[in-house]
Design a protein around this ligand. Structure first.
Ligand SMILES: Cc1cc2ncn([C@H]3O[C@H](COP(=O)(O)O)[C@@H](O)[C@H]3O)c2cc1C
Ligand SMILES: O=C(O)c1cccnc1
Length: 338
């Protein structure tokens, strides 16, 4: 079995006991107390160390389903935004800087990406085929993408990452992510279809119908997580799943972002049962599939700010709350001391 143990329960209990003894009414710091205890349990250390090495890894790829009119923006935005991230000028860069986190980006399947360092294209697999027509990936492409994500996680852990975040980039990617949530939770297109980058009512209805088409095309093959991922996912999504399983297998916790990351987290927890206990949801995006996937995993989002950007942006923003929770557990006096 691939199952992993949850973060250290003894250290978690120690953290709660410390928090209860601090100079405040018991429980008065609310969710901050359980977040600090979760970090402590993941680190195996109470009080937990401040999170000074947080890394966002953005997985980029093309989604040929976008040609079916399920995004409000053209596919050309994807390579342009890879350059935006490399230049430090995307939304995620600004938010990551505000909490001291770093951002890197890997192209898993962007068709026309030029003028980027070789390292960015090191794990290129290929664009995802249109999921309502055919499987997004071949079995071989799926395995290469999963392995790429695992290698990226291994390198980050080796370099000292304390907390990891998978970010997404790829016009059309809310469609495969919604399809994966529907297939994982046995839902219909209309349950999970969201406006993504800003679809109007007509396009939203088209997206829901396309999702149903994709789900019925795949049928019972979607029961198996690998087949589900190859049929309805993409190289960038599969790599992020491999990144998540790679992180938790190495004892490094994750903050989950919006719809795409939440869909990936569901897959990661199926491939490595117990992975969910090494995750917190950084935020809840406006996509309906995001809340559904997070509820399925039992993850309560830290923030709910009406964000719908992706890139890991909501997750990285919540790192400020995590570090505040850690500071409280480390610095507040004991009631017995004062
Ligand atoms: C300029 C721009 C920057 C983005 N950064 C992330 N996304 C996000 O929105 C897209 C998914 O939404 P949909 O499925 O509706 O296409 C993806 O590129 C995702 O990463 C962006 C989208 C745009 C337009
Ligand atoms: O929920 C998300 O992650 C999301 C929503 C809209 C567009 N891109 C990402």
């Amino acid at each position: 079995m691939n199952a992993i143990q949850p973060p250290n329960p003894d250290v978690r209990a120690e953290a709660h006991a410390l928090s209860d003894a601090q100079a405040k009414p018991q429980g008065a710091l609310g969710r901050l107390e359980s977040l600090a205890a979760w970090v402590a349990a993941c680190q195996g250390e109470c009080p937990p160390r401040p999170l000074t090495d947080v890394r966002v890894v953005v997985f980029a790829g093309d989604h040929d389903v976008a040609a079916a009119g399920v995004s409000a923006y053209p596919a050309e935005v994807t390579p342009a935004m890879v350059h935006g991230i490399l230049a430090g000028r995307a939304g995620v860069n600004a938010l990551a800087r505000s909490v001291g986190a770093t951002v890197s980006v890997y192209d898993l399947g962007v068709r026309s990406l030029q003028g980027v360092p070789d390292a960015v294209r090191r794990f290129h697999v290929g664009p995802a085929r249109a999921i309502h027509v055919e499987d997004a990936l071949t079995p071989d492409e799926l395995e290469r993408a999963l392995a790429a994500g695992d290698t990226i996680a291994a390198e980050a852990v080796e370099a000292g990452a304390q907390l990891l975040i998978a970010g997404d980039l790829g016009i059309g990617n809310t469609t495969p992510a919604a399809a994966l949530v529907a297939a994982s939770l046995d839902l219909r297109g209309a349950d999970v279809a969201g406006r993504g980058t800003g679809l109007d009512d007509e396009s939203l209805a088209r997206k829901a119908a396309l999702l149903d088409e994709a789900l019925s095309r795949v049928g019972d093959r979607a029961i198996d997580p690998r087949q589900r991922l190859a049929a309805l996912g993409s190289a960038d999504i599969a790599a992020a799943v491999g990144f998540m399983t790679g992180a938790v297998r190495r004892g490094v916790p994750l903050v989950v972002d919006g719809l795409i990351a939440s869909a990936e987290a569901v897959l990661a927890d199926e491939l490595v049962p117990g992975a969910r206990y090494w995750m917190v949801a950084g935020h809840r995006s406006t996509e309906p599939g995001c809340a559904l996937a997070q509820m399925h995993l039992g993850l309560e989002p830290i923030l709910d700010l009406g964000m719908r950007l992706g890139e890991g942006s909501g997750a990285v923003l919540s790192v400020g709350v995590l570090n505040a929770a850690i500071a409280a557990l480390r610095e507040v006096a004991l009631l017995s001391e004062i």
